[in-house]
Design a protein around this ligand. Structure first.
Ligand code: HEC
Ligand code: HEC
Ligand code: HEC
Ligand code: HEC
Ligand code: HEC
Ligand code: HEC
Length: 354
């Protein structure tokens, strides 16, 4: 019922609307004649051409060009990263010797580094049969972004802070590219506890920090400190870093991918330096090292060639002095990575024997 009424109402309203429209149009007068066409305006002067936009791949070509690639590759090929060292004619290289081993591959082969960066572990899951040396794609991966205006980057595989294997401290540089180096260039063991200097400590075989304790040393870590806080980070940690000193611009035999330090790395701060012996600091450290070496030899702790005499036990402070000698030697910068820490460790070590 309701439905029928509403259809009738709608139809009725529609009829009224049509009738109204017919009535209104019938009231209009006749159409007038069309007006004259207006004159065309004059064309404006053409604007000047805009300057060409930057080619889409120009930023890429600053690095991805054959000249850069050739120069980088030529430097890299001469380094120990690429060639790996041998110890006597016919001996395996370090990468052949250590690059496939579960405990060693992290730092001694391409495959080991890629795997451990991915897993976050210090060891690999299984031995690697044919380990390859550190190469472009060990340190480089893909860009963290291609937005170079906001994030310039050289596609470094990892720039994260590093948790040191020995001691577990978290270390980093303000230039995060240098964190890459610290993954490998770190000690693997700490010295004996120094709380009781007279405790008896055993000098086992391979005593000392592993070769390359640079990450520990530059952060004032890894030394035997004789119950006092000798740890110090210097300007070489806060104002410089592995990359700024070892990969500076401007050299062919130094800097860049030669990883050999040139004096250019120093003169931004030591403006009148002509060699590394700034303010006689290296001479002083060499003197202290020679004094400690003589003392350790007199105590029968070092042999004639300067190697630790192993399988013997001594009081902790003496063994600590031996450790510090080996640490400064293995750091291989004659103390330059951390002059103040070097001097403190060596002076305290020498005192043990006086
Ligand atoms: C600051 C230098 C630099 C700039 C700028 C740069 N790259 Fe790279 N790029 C590298 C380096 C170094 C690598 C890793 C080593 C290699 O492959 O040569 C790399 C790797 C790559 C790779 C991976 C290659 C592979 O074989 O896995 C691609 C793709 C790439 N870049 C594209 C680009 C593009 C696209 C741009 C520009 C938008 C660009 N890059 C700008 C330095 C740069
Ligand atoms: C994947 C591990 C790894 C990374 C990452 C790494 N290194 Fe090395 N580096 C080594 C190893 C291992 C050697 C010794 C190579 C050999 O003899 O087989 C070495 C050798 C060196 C040497 C030559 C030392 C000598 O005795 O002549 C320098 C200098 C050096 N690295 C600096 C750096 C710097 C700077 C960085 C960061 C930009 C870096 N390394 C990154 C593992 C690494
Ligand atoms: C945390 C990283 C790391 C691990 C793990 C590691 N090494 Fe090394 N090793 C290095 C670095 C870095 C160098 C090069 C140091 C330098 O030239 O200053 C090096 C150097 C060496 C050398 C050359 C020594 C010399 O007299 O110049 C040998 C041999 C070696 N390692 C063997 C091993 C063995 C064997 C293992 C496993 C038991 C091992 N490494 C584990 C980082 C490591
Ligand atoms: C031991 C680590 C390491 C290895 C091996 C390595 N690079 Fe690099 N590379 C770096 C670091 C760190 C930087 C950043 C340097 C900087 O900021 O000055 C870099 C920068 C670059 C750049 C951009 C800056 C420049 O020098 O023009 C290019 C291109 C490059 N690498 C290519 C290569 C190629 C190609 C190889 C192999 C032949 C290689 N890299 C091997 C660590 C490495
Ligand atoms: C203040 C500059 C400076 C900084 C920062 C620096 N180094 Fe060095 N490094 C040197 C100098 C100088 C030497 C001695 C080089 C020589 O005698 O030719 C050296 C020596 C080394 C050696 C031994 C090279 C060899 O031929 O035996 C290695 C390996 C090394 N540095 C790695 C690193 C690593 C890894 C970092 C960062 C954790 C680092 N350095 C930070 C300046 C620096
Ligand atoms: C960021 C600035 C900076 C750079 C780059 C730098 N140094 Fe230094 N260096 C200092 C400062 C500051 C001191 C003094 C304070 C300290 O020991 O930390 C110093 C101290 C030293 C000392 C100890 C001097 C003494 O009186 O015993 C030596 C040696 C040294 N630097 C060598 C170098 C060498 C070699 C380079 C280049 C490979 C270099 N420095 C690069 C800032 C710098």
């Amino acid at each position: 019922m309701k439905k029928n009424i509403s259809i009738v109402t709608v139809l009725g309203g529609f009829a009224l609307l049509i009738a109204g429209a017919v009535f209104l149009s019938s009231c209009e007068g006749p159409v007038g004649p069309p007006g004259l066409d207006g004159q065309d305006g004059q064309d404006g002067i053409d604007g000047t051409d805009g300057t060409d936009g930057v080619a889409g791949n120009a930023v890429c070509l600053t690095c991805h060009n054959t000249a850069v690639k050739g120069a980088v590759t030529a430097q890299y090929e001469k380094t120990l990263h690429a060639t790996s060292q041998t110890f006597y004619p016919g001996s395996p290289t370090t990468v052949e010797y250590a690059g496939g081993r579960i405990d060693c591959a992290k730092c001694h082969s391409h495959e080991g580094f890629v795997q451990t960066v991915w897993t976050g572990l210090d060891t690999i899951a299984a031995a690697i049969p044919l380990p390859q040396p550190v190469a472009c794609k060990t340190c480089h991966d893909f860009h963290s972004s291609l937005d170079f205006e906001n994030e310039s980057n050289a596609a470094i595989r990892t720039t994260a802070p590093v948790v040191l294997i020995a001691g577990g401290a978290k270390v980093e540089f303000s230039n995060s590219e240098s964190n890459l180096c610290m993954n490998c260039h770190q000690a693997r063991t700490n010295p004996a506890d120094d709380t009781d200097g007279t405790a008896i400590v055993y000098v086992h075989s391979h005593y000392g920090p592993h070769h390359g304790p640079q990450a520990n040393f530059i952060n004032g870590l890894g030394g035997y400190e004789f119950r006092s806080d000798l740890s110090v980070k210097g300007a070489h940690q806060s104002g410089a870093d592995c990359v700024s000193c070892h990969m500076h611009a401007g050299g062919t035999d130094t800097g860049g991918h030669s990883w050999t330090v040139g004096i250019e790395a120093c003169t931004s701060c030591h403006s009148d330096a002509t060699d590394f012996d700034v303010h006689g600091g290296v001479t002083e450290i060499e003197g202290l090292l020679a004094d400690l070496e003589a003392a350790l030899k007199a105590a029968n702790m070092l042999d004639e060639d300067g190697h630790a005499i192993e399988d013997v036990s001594y009081q902790a402070d003496s063994v600590g002095a031996l450790w510090n000698f080996l640490l400064v030697e293995e750091d291989a910068s004659t103390g330059i990575h951390n002059p103040a820490y070097t001097k403190a460790l060596l002076n305290n070590s020498i005192s043990v024997f006086n």
